[in-house]
Write a protein that binds this ligand. Sequence first.
Ligand code: ZN
Length: 348
Amino acid sequence: MNYPLIFDGHNDLLLQIQSGNVASGERGFMGSGGNHIDLSKAQSGGFAGGFFAIFVPDAGSASFMDEMMAVSYDLPLPPPLDWARSAQIALAQAAILIQLEKHGALRICRTADDIRGAMRDGIMAAVMHMEGAEAIDPDFHMLEVLHAAGLRSLGPVWSRPTIYGHGVPFRFPSSPDTGPGLTADGMRLVKKCNELKILIDLSHLNEAGFWDVARHSGHPLVATHSNAHALCPHSRNLTDRQLHAIRESDGLVGLNFAVAFLREDGRMDADTPVSRMIEHLDYLIAELGEDRVGLGSDFDGATVPEAISNVAGLPLLREAMKAHGYDDTLMAKLCHGNWLRVLERTWA
Ligand code: ZN
């Protein structure tokens, strides 16, 4: 079958490489078996690339995946991180991405045309993204330097608080309206990102932070990896009101494959049918229109449906989309076309 290539809104491969879970060197990067993305599986799955997150983990190594197996949960937010350690880790992950480009494993893309070119050339397209702005100093020196290195997307918070705002905790069931939004520095960050034409990712903001960005940003509103709250009432998902604001701004939502954000019961249980992903796609298309929905897998950062398992399972998702009745035009939009459209508008 000749399915359209997939350009994806979120992965955590850089953290996996930095943690030593994925080997990387002169031949690019190869998985150890347990992770989601490697070069050969990407080829067979039609994974053309996407957003590669720079993400600073907590100093401890607590995993919250197991805790999300419960019937309901409200995980405490980790404490804020200090700048020096965060800057060190963020720089190391940016350097890993730059090394991968030098070794020919991928191409760092700064424009929508860069992404189109990489897809045409059969080389993995990588957008440098930062999930949580712990490494960004309030004078924005780090932001300037990383922008020059290729940073084109930034989430002001990853759930834990930063000097820029309060994130959304992992809570089920829960509204995303969980606390205060952006700080005054957070508003300045939004303005600076607008100036530099860096996409502002809404995915880990709580509802107040979402509306702060909606009021202060001149860009299309984008949640790179989030789902519909009406189908899965998780604090991380988007309400109909939020979806309507995204539609009004001509933005985009990337479907998150993480099972806790897909399932009606909010459990991080891999035994989740692919049809559940189609139900969220249907809902997002109904609320946002066919031009404002894409994919945002969360590969290498979360548990995905067992049938998909990793990038090699992506043909299965496209088969299900096709079987469900999505025509070729819609398939191409959902798989990469809509992402290219919104990135073109944001970065131009
Ligand atoms: Zn995330």
